[in-house]
Structure formats: structure tokens, C-alpha cells
Design a binder for this molecule. Sequence first.
Ligand code: NCD
Length: 319
Amino acid sequence: MTAERYVFPHKHLLGIEPLDARDITAILDQAQAFEAVCERADIKIVPALRKKLVVNLFFENSTRTRNSFEIAEKRLSAEIVNFDADTSSLAKGETLIDTALNLEAMHPDLIVMRHSAPGAHALLARHMKASIVNAGDGAHEHPTQALLDAYTLRQRFGRLEGLRVAVVGDIRHSRVVRSNLWLLTKMGARVTLVGPPTLLPDEIRATWPEVAISNALDPVLPEQDAVMILRIQFERGTGAYIPGQGEYIRHYQLNAGRLARCKPEVAVMHPGPINRGVEITSEVADGPNSLILRQVTNGVPVRMAVLYLLCHPHGEQVP
Ligand code: NCD
């Protein structure tokens, strides 16, 4: 008897929550095939998305994610339109739905969007024929960041199951942590969230009761395989939740002293942008345990895999 062929069952990537372990593994495996393309010495391009039109719609600031998506699209030979939210009709008061319907009239195949409103992507998905990819929606989800984090962990440790991962910092405002919580728990990793009580909202405990929570960083460090550091999101008002930067640094900054408490092979990760000298010191961010730039590199093949699987759910044309 032959095993039934796996077909990627999702039209959109709205978050990690709707995916199961098999979908996540399919994306990571496909990303591995695309990593080989990205590491080629000469032509780092495949025709997998030739003649497909991708619109990048960024309503919130982004450097890494936006560039990473654009490079991924170019490596797949897609046609690209970058929609500049500032100069668009949105500035004149057009609603998101109107913008979406006008875009739809031009028949794009994929829309990659970052928006400050949680759920904006789900709304768009209900009104459009194109596949929608969530590049960050408020404090809700940032699925491709969690996928590239998982890819980086799997590359380093060969597995996700049983890995001990601590996520430290501004849990309250982080969409990265929410996508990572869905992903890591679905894949059997053991997560500990660390931060001051004011940055660890009850909603997190209620949604992921299996996750450990600690207000102290030092005691949890020795048992971790990976430590993910999050930025303090001052622009989202985190300053009001912590007594002060100095106090935060004293308790939660990952510095050389704290790294010495970790396993020698511990992986240090950060989704960026880094506030050097606040949540992490330069010495640690640039040191031998850091996978931070590896995460950035891996973002491209992971996003290629997502775009590709949404357009080719049967996995045809695998390079
Ligand atoms: C994160 C984001 O924008 O959600 N960055 C990223 O995409 N790499 C995290 C952050 O802004 O701190």
C-alpha cells in the first residue's frame, strides 16, 4: 500500500494557530529545498512563482520582514508590486476593504500584508480570491517569524520535540511570541516564558496552560537549549509596564554573566530589531552562541516555502 500523498491544505497563512504539526513540517522541509537554492554560488533563482503576481502591503514599519519577503519573491521569479500605504488612498480615508477590493480587481495571486489591527488578514481573506500571507497583525501573530525560528532551531538541534526554549521579555506586546507559542507547543517543545508579571498577561496562561512561566530569569537559564530574547516595545507603551529601563536590565538583560549560567551550546535568538544594551548586550548578540543573523538568512527560504506551498499545494515543481 502506498502512503497517501500530502497536500498542503491551506489557502492562506493567517497564523500558526490553524496549522498542524504536519503542515509545519511540510513548510520546514520545503524551506530546506529552497535553502539549497539560496546557497548556490551562481543563480539563486527558481521559476516556481513565474507569472504569479504578489502584492506587498505594509501598513506598519518593517525592514527585515519586508526585505525578506521581497527577496523570497524574487528568488521564486514572481512579479512584485509594493503598495506604499503612506501615499495610497488609505491616507485619503479609503477603508481596508475598499483597498482590498480595488487590488482584487487587478487579480493578484498572493497578498503579503502587515497591519496593526489583529485579524485584519482574516477580514481580507473573506473578501478576496488571492492567498493572504500574514506578515504581522498587531500583537496577534507573525507566523513566518515563528517558522523561521523553528527552522533555525531544527537546523541547529536536528529536532524541535523536547527542546527547552525560554522566551524572555515583552510577552504582552509580542506577536512573535504568540506565533512561537502555537508552533513550539504543536511541535512538542517545552517553553518557559520569562518576564516581569506586568508583561505576562493572564490571556497567555489561559491559552497555553502547558507553558511554564517565571518572573526570574537566572534560575531558568541552566536548563534551556535556546533562549529567545524579545525587544521591549517602547513604541507600544511598554514603558508604562516596567519600573524603569535600569531595573529591567538588572533582572532580564542577557549579558555575559547570564550566558555563563547557560549550557555551553545554548542558542541565543532574537527576532530583531535589537535594542543593544537593553534586552541583550552586544557581546552576547554578536557572540558565538548567537543565531540572530542565521535567523535572518533563514527567513528567505522559509518565506519562499510559504509562498510556494500556497500556490502549489501538491508540491509540484519542487526544485
Ligand atoms: C518583530 C515584529 O515586527 O513583530 N520584528 C520582526 O518582524 N522581525 C518584533 C519587533 O518589532 O520587536
